[in-house]
Design a protein. Structure first.
Length: 411
């Protein structure tokens, strides 16, 4: 048996793994990687793929799936609905950036004809490969996959979170397996205590609205927007209006349809307090105290940029996600400015950064590895997995490989 890494090998983005068993080839995820100049890197594909399993709807895992629309795509129902929103936005953004989209709306229809819907903890079988999706935490619908092929047992984690968040239940304890393909984004650090981060966020919001300002949360549309609603509504619903703008509005509807899958059983009630904002209303909510949750999370687009320059000057910007070094979020945090069409613009508002990560941290990754107790570990989804490989090998005695993108590996 062989494994090919078509993306996310010693990098984050364009996740794509292929397993080849005597010529029977199938894949896990097919994502894209969006670069600083807004150009896109695709995964490296191989011919004769028989089917694909999609772990979740973030574009770094799902963005290239519509190109593979002629084979069965296994995914959960919420992932399909979320991915549909993401794919349509991807097509729109490509056009805005004068880039030829890699697929169009018709391709999305073809994907929908070829999907095979997965349910957590229910076995599926195709070409003699047995597939068991297990809850991954991370996001509504996110699934790790347990695969049985001949006498080998393989787990592909996708992105996972191994503790509960306010909104989402943690990843299910994995079974033992021979081979573990694991995301290792935060292998090098433990996250700061989540409860403390939330307390600090409340402090900033309290001060901002007491001063008459607006608390702006630039936020990823898929996942973080809903998490923030879950965190903020009860505390602030009677004090200030809470608004949501951008693509998160569409994702909220998917979360609402699957409210029983959420850990936060009052998400649907909370959502009733959240007012949706559109292009017209956008100009009317910047003067009075309030909370706005709006895409995008790194200020690379979306209505959040509009708010940066239109909020009253008592307002604050609160970032809660990872900020890539080349992103506007990073520039704002470190230099107080952002770049639009190659022009640098100064932003005259206080900026805060808190960590509400939806990924496993170091102790969670090690705990997960321990549970699976695999013969071989393949590290993906990290820029520095080679250092982790070395540590796992020399200090913990695991046969670990920080596979590179484009690399084949004998299993
Ligand atoms: Zn993800
Ligand atoms: Zn990812």
């Amino acid at each position: 048996m062989k494994l090919f890494c078509g993306g996310a090998g010693r990098e984050v983005g364009r996740s794509h793994i292929i397993i080849d068993h005597d010529g029977l080839r199938f894949g896990m995820d097919a994502g894209v990687k969006i670069l600083e100049d807004r150009s896109v890197e695709f995964p490296i594909l191989q011919d004769n793929l028989k089917f694909l399993i999609l772990s979740h709807a973030h574009l770094d895992h799902s963005g290239y799936v519509p190109v593979l629309n002629n084979i069965p795509i296994f995914l959960t129902k919420p992932t399909l609905l979320e991915a549909d929103v993401m794919w349509k936005d991807y097509i729109k953004v490509a056009k805005l950036n004068n880039r030829k989209p890699d697929y169009n709306i018709k391709d999305l229809e073809k994907v929908k004809k070829n999907v095979e819907i997965l349910d957590y903890n229910v076995w599926n079988s195709i070409y003699g490969v047995k597939i068991l999706p297990i809850r991954a935490g991370h996001l509504l619908g996110a699934a790790s996959t347990y695969i049985e092929i001949k006498d080998k047992k393989i787990i592909y984690t996708g992105d996972f979170k191994y503790i509960d968040t306010e909104l989402i239940q943690k990843a299910k304890d994995p079974p033992k397996a021979d081979i573990l393909i694991i995301e290792s984004t935060y292998w090098y650090q433990d996250h700061t205590d989540r409860r403390l981060q939330i307390e600090k966020i409340f402090e900033v919001v309290d001060n901002t609205i007491d001063n008459g300002g607006v608390a702006l949360f630039p936020s990823f549309a898929l996942g973080r927007t809903q998490e923030l609603i879950s965190i903020l509504v009860d505390k602030y619903k009677d004090r200030v209006p809470i608004y949501v703008d951008g693509m998160g509005k569409l994702i909220n509807k998917v979360y609402l349809s699957y409210k029983d899958d959420l850990k936060d059983k009052s998400f649907d009630k909370k959502l009733k307090y959240v007012k949706e904002v559109d292009r017209v209303k956008r100009h009317k909510i910047t003067d009075k105290p309030g909370i706005i949750v709006s895409s995008s999370g790194m200020l690379e687009g979306g209505p959040a940029i509009h708010y940066l320059f239109n909020l009253n000057r008592k307002s604050s910007v609160i970032l809660t996600g990872y900020q890539v070094k080349t992103s506007n979020g990073y520039r704002l945090l470190n230099y107080g400015k952002i770049k639009l069409d190659n022009t640098e613009l100064k932003v005259d508002l206080p900026v805060y950064h808190f960590n509400l990560s939806a990924h496993a941290d170091r102790k969670d990754i090690l705990a997960y590895i321990n549970k699976v107790s695999p013969e071989k570990i393949i590290l993906v989804h990290s820029d520095s997995s080679d250092i982790f490989e070395e540590e796992l090998r020399s200090e913990l005695g695991y046969d670990a490989v920080a596979i590179g993108t484009g690399q084949w590996l004998e299993l």
